[in-house]
Design a protein around this ligand. Structure first.
Ligand code: G4P
Length: 522
């Protein structure tokens, strides 16, 4: 790889923001885009109340086409780095794709609402990041409002998530009394709501203000100093290696809405966030600076507009560079594909993407060639990246064809959508009735829609609700254990598992059958 290309790859910072709905992910993203010069005013990414996307003409086209890829990947340059932010849809759009997106990033930013602490969806997404061992940066948001005490929030990170933390800054006051942030890393105090020229106060050797300032007389400042002393003595040590391995999270306090602490966060993040790392494959580790192009499909977005059948396959480039029109091999089929139609996501223009390098994400118009987890490359012919993990579904539906005469369409549709990773398939143990599983409601809606429009199959879906799926060993199968509260089913590889009604049913089962090992996917 040439020196220039190597430099370009090193400049990539590809990450996702993980959070629970309402913690402030959109607000934070907007601020980052503002700093990146991609948007000019806040409120552009999402018209909050209307829930609609803003109407620049690019987005209008997207809307008409029914694909909201616009916000799926956002790219901008900041202080010599090229930042790729991958969206992880929450709310009603939460799906397995949200998890899979985390397979395509090199680091994650975890946004936490200071008043709420660690919430359910954050925890789920965090687990996936943790499993990958990627660096996780924490932004504790909404400090302009009264929230939990900072020390309490740190304790929560360690106790609930089991990750060590190192506060990079510390709030001075909170809510209406927020006065600033004591920046331990840059050794300055950043004052809240003061004229720009007064914003930063330098710290001396002893960690106290260099020049006298009225702030010193405030009880909040004194309290912050005491807490920082406590952290210095009893807190975790700053350890860059642990940060890189995802074992210690640097914590930043701030307010996305007030745009306070966000720029410092971004600057520090860019400094620490890793450049594209190696990916495991069947030919050994593929480094970002290999001489050949390689990447994998981590998400397929179907077009919900029946007039446009095309789909977009999202590819994370793992090595080398992409040029529009280049030929690659799809390892699974051995087929050669010319990558003529590619699309760039939100950047400063909406031109078709001509060039991208390792770390970047490209969208390929797809007429049915790709499946999730596919590898494409112009390097070693047999190169296949590690399989993407499957995630334990939580919502289940019984599904059947409305018209019994159209079983063929129905089976073909189910088979293909399952293969593509849109939904997971299970069958009841004896009768082999179909049950589909998902991590988010949206997956069912997409499934129904695509069955109708792409496979001409009207389906009946009968919700069986939220279940806890736990796999068992084949030798432990005993049909007598199958009850309404613990239903024995098989997955699409014929592996046995129980769908438990709730946590209580799981525990009850464990008590009665201590020898049966229950396992979950991620
Ligand atoms: P999400 O993408 O994580 O779901 O959260 P989003 O950014 O949409 O923020 C959720 C709500 O929290 C929004 O209020 C937003 O304005 C508010 N918010 C975000 N960051 C901060 C912060 O630092 N301080 C305070 N006080 N509020 C913050 P909303 O009422 O739902 O929307 P809107 O009517 O204000 O637009």
């Amino acid at each position: 790889m040439s020196q220039d290309l190597h430099k370009e790859v090193q400049s990539r910072k590809t990450f996702a923001i993980i959070s629970h709905p309402d913690a402030g992910k959109t607000t934070m993203t907007e601020q980052l885009l503002l700093f990146g010069g991609v948007i000019r005013s806040a409120g552009t990414v999402k018209g909050k109340k209307s829930g609609k996307f803003a109407t620049s003409d690019w987005m209008e086209i997207e809307k008409q086409r029914g694909i909201s890829v616009t916000s799926s990947v956002m790219q901008f340059d900041y202080e010599g780095s090229r930042i790729n932010i991958l969206d992880t849809p929450g709310h009603s759009d939460f799906s397995e794709d949200t998890y899979r997106t985390l397979m395509a990033v090199d680091s994650a930013v975890m946004v936490i609402d200071a008043a709420k602490g660690i919430e359910a969806q954050t925890m789920k997404l965090f687990k996936v990041c943790r499993m990958r061992g990627i660096p996780i940066f924490t932004f504790i948001n909404k400090m302009d409002r009264q929230g939990k005490m900072p020390l309490e929030l740190l304790a929560e990170l360690e106790e609930v998530l089991g990750i060590e933390s190192y506060p990079m800054n510390w709030p001075i006051g909170m809510g209406k009394e927020l006065m600033g942030l004591y920046d331990r890393y840059h050794r300055v105090v950043e004052q809240y709501r003061v004229p720009e020229e007064d914003r930063f106060l330098e710290l001396g050797e002893e960690g106290d203000l260099k020049a006298a300032n009225p702030l010193q007389d405030s009880g909040y400042y004194q309290q912050a100093l005491e807490e920082i002393m406590l952290l210095d003595e009893a807190g975790n040590e700053y350890d860059e290696q642990k940060i890189q391995q995802g074992e210690l999270t640097p914590v930043f306090f701030g307010s996305a809405l007030a745009n306070f602490g966000v720029e410092t966060f971004l600057r520090t993040f860019v400094n620490f966030a890793p450049a594209p790392s190696a990916h495991e494959a069947n030919v050994g580790n593929v480094e970002a600076n290999e001489n050949y192009f390689s990447g994998f499909v981590f998400k397929i977005q179907a077009n919900m507009n029946p007039a446009h059948r095309d789909r977009i396959a999202f590819v994370r480039i793992c090595s080398g560079e992409f040029d529009r029109g280049m030929s690659v091999t799809l390892t699974r089929t051995g087929k050669a594909i010319k990558l003529a139609n590619s699309t760039q996501f939100m950047a400063d223009d909406r031109e078709t993407l001509n060039r991208a390098v390792a770390g970047d994400i490209i969208g390929l118009y797809d007429t049915g060639n790709y499946q999730i987890g596919d590898t494409i490359t112009n390097g070693p012919k047999q190169l296949q990246f590690e399989k993407l993990p499957q995630f334990t579904p939580e919502l289940f539906m019984k599904v059947s064809a409305k018209n019994v005469m159209k079983q063929k369409h129905f089976h073909k549709g189910v088979e293909q959508l399952v293969q593509e990773g849109a939904i997971q398939l299970f069958k009841t143990w004896r009768l082999e009735e179909y049950i589909i599983g998902a991590v988010g409601q949206l997956q069912f809606e997409v499934f129904e829609h695509r069955m109708r429009n792409e496979y001409n199959s009207e389906i009946i879906m009968e919700p069986i609700g939220k279940k806890i799926a736990r796999w068992i060993r084949e030798e432990d199968v005993d049909e007598k254990l199958s009850t309404a509260r613990s239903m024995l089913v098989k997955d699409r590889f014929d592996q046995p598992l129980f769908l438990f009604e709730n946590e209580f049913a799981v525990n009850w089962f464990k008590d009665k059958n201590p020898d049966i090992e229950l396992t979950s996917l991620l």
